[in-house]
Design a protein around this ligand. Sequence first.
Ligand code: ZN
Ligand code: ZN
Length: 195
Amino acid sequence: MPLRTFDEYEKLAEQAHGHICAGQILGLRMALYGLKLLELDDPLGKHRKRLVTFIEIDRCATDAIPVVTGCRLGKRALKFRDFGKVAATFCDLEADRAVRVVALEGSKQRAREMYPQIADRNQQQMRAYREMADTDLFSAQWVRVTLGPEEFPGYKAARVVCAECGEGINFKREVHSGGRLLCKACAGERYYTPL
Ligand SMILES: [Zn+2]
Ligand SMILES: [Zn+2]
């Protein structure tokens, strides 16, 4: 399925995110720019298995990006790296190239200058972000993403059991520690404390 119209993407983003907002517009534009730079125009169809997206923030824009790219967490095609930046890297696995797109700092100011008559900031930014040129909204940089095959879609590996807690671990996420196979939690990366 080739790329949709921007209006159609807005409707899909609104459904996925629960409301439409400036962050959605920015996320849609960011993903469309990434695909344009990669010259991929059928992310949900014939280019479906080529794309992996890294997202660097967990805000509104984050939800809009998979609406365009089709990259989902459950397909291992969406990666979250919490850097607190409105940025994403779009990887074309087949062409072996990747582009990182970053929202420019000045875009809110630019929206104020473009539409001073719109008092509501969200409305003002939505309007401006729909219309601004890609290069006024974003900077882009070609990058290399070096990750093991276990990070990419389609990877399979034997399931192992943690020597400490006994829980099963998939896809080579185990850690070798002191001659034992441990899950990341038992190896010290636990984000929770058992009560
Ligand atoms: Zn939002
Ligand atoms: Zn464990």
